[in-house]
Ligand binder design. Structure first.
Ligand SMILES: [Zn+2]
Length: 221
């Protein structure tokens, strides 16, 4: 059975490089792949850009709410028509920006179509809260693999701290607006807490209200 893989990491952990390498490995064996990425703004960015300087145009982009299953099917048919070969793998960059229902479709594609799906993305935003697409991938992917990068202190970086100029920022929208001088630094938990003065999610994320019985449980009294 084909599987859904989620390969996640902090920013600068080489996700796009790993994706392009995986595509190359398939193609080196004469196999066909499809590359896709979510479209989160109107710029229509259809490039996968690796930090090592390799750039490649995706086969299709996915707008919010768009049917990723049909996009996969029509592109798979096109490849079959053009090359006479079936698609061996679907690779998705920036998968954190997919909707949860689109991630569900990735799982369906792997199981029902028998095509492995490799999704690459960032686990959490700059406030340490999971992106919706990443949360769903962590829930349903057959296989999880962490791509590692190093914090400035030498520990493993797990968080993505946002900076405007030289200043760390811990409030704002999940996706930064282009045009501002926004950058990100991958930090370990310790360095993140140091910069944020102990703040993690700034009050975001699920809140669970526990209700305690007033009478002690006899089994534990
Ligand atoms: Zn650190």
């Amino acid at each position: 059975m084909a599987k859904l893989y989620f390969r996640y990491g902090a920013m600068n952990s080489g996700k796009s490089t790993a994706l392009l390498q995986a595509a190359y490995n398939y193609e080196e064996r004469g196999q066909q792949v499809l590359l896709a990425k979510p479209r989160i703004d109107t710029k229509g960015d259809d490039q996968i850009v690796s930090r090592l300087g390799v750039t490649r145009t995706v086969d299709f982009t996915v707008a919010p709410g768009e049917d990723i299953y049909s996009l996969f099917e029509s592109n798979r048919a096109r490849v079959l028509r053009d090359t006479g070969l079936d698609v061996s793998c679907l690779l998705v960059d920036e998968a954190q920006f997919l909707a949860e229902s689109q991630v569900d479709d990735l799982l369906r594609i792997s199981i029902l179509e028998g095509v492995p799906v490799l999704a690459y993305g960032i686990r959490t935003d700059f406030q340490t809260v999971a992106f919706p697409g990443s949360r769903r991938l962590l829930e349903v992917a057959h296989s999880l693999e962490e791509l590692k990068t190093i914090c400035r202190c030498g520990r493993k970086a797990v968080f993505n701290a946002r900076k405007v100029g030289d200043t760390f920022i811990f409030a704002g929208d999940q996706v930064a607006i282009d045009g501002l001088d926004v950058t990100y630094e991958s930090l370990c938990g310790s360095c993140y807490l140091e910069e944020s003065n102990g703040v993690l999610s700034s009050g975001r994320g699920p809140k669970i209200d526990f209700v305690y019985d007033s009478a002690p449980d006899p089994d534990f009294a």
